[in-house]
Design a protein around this ligand. Structure first.
Ligand code: ZN
Length: 134
């Protein structure tokens, strides 16, 4: 079951250049920054109530975020929906004909397992399913 929008991912060139907007102008103070080398990104998780904004910065030119920014510029990259059964959801969606980017979830940092649905099946919006690690 999908429970909540967990976060909205936003591709940025430099997290440090974007933080003044979220921290100082918008006054959001619950910010955690972490590197996720296995996905070639650096991430700032900004909590807003029950939902987060995830700023994504490329770690190197071969990062998917670098390629996204090169093609489309900075902006909304994905919407993440949280589930308590990511494997079951992937299986269910796949058998319903939804194209998956990841058939199996991968660990994302210290907090999540994640998998992406292919935009060709989702109105050209990249959707991430995520499950909190316990
Ligand atoms: Zn995400």
């Amino acid at each position: 079951m999908i429970n909540i929008i967990d976060h909205v991912g936003i591709a940025v060139r430099k997290i440090e250049d974007s933080l003044p907007l979220y921290r100082d102008m918008l006054g959001l103070r619950n910010i955690r920054i972490e590197s996720v080398p296995e996905q070639k990104v650096r991430v700032a998780m900004i909590t807003v109530g029950e939902v987060k904004i995830e700023l994504l910065e490329a770690l190197g030119p071969d990062s998917p975020i670098a390629k996204f920014i090169e093609k489309k510029g900075e902006g909304i990259h994905h919407i993440a929906l949280r589930t308590d059964d990511i494997r079951g959801e992937l299986k269910r969606l796949s058998s319903a004909g939804i194209q998956l980017v990841n058939a199996q979830p991968t660990r994302r940092g210290t907090e999540y397992e994640v998998a992406f649905l292919h935009p060709s099946s989702t109105n050209r919006v990249l959707i991430e399913l995520c499950q909190l690690l316990v």
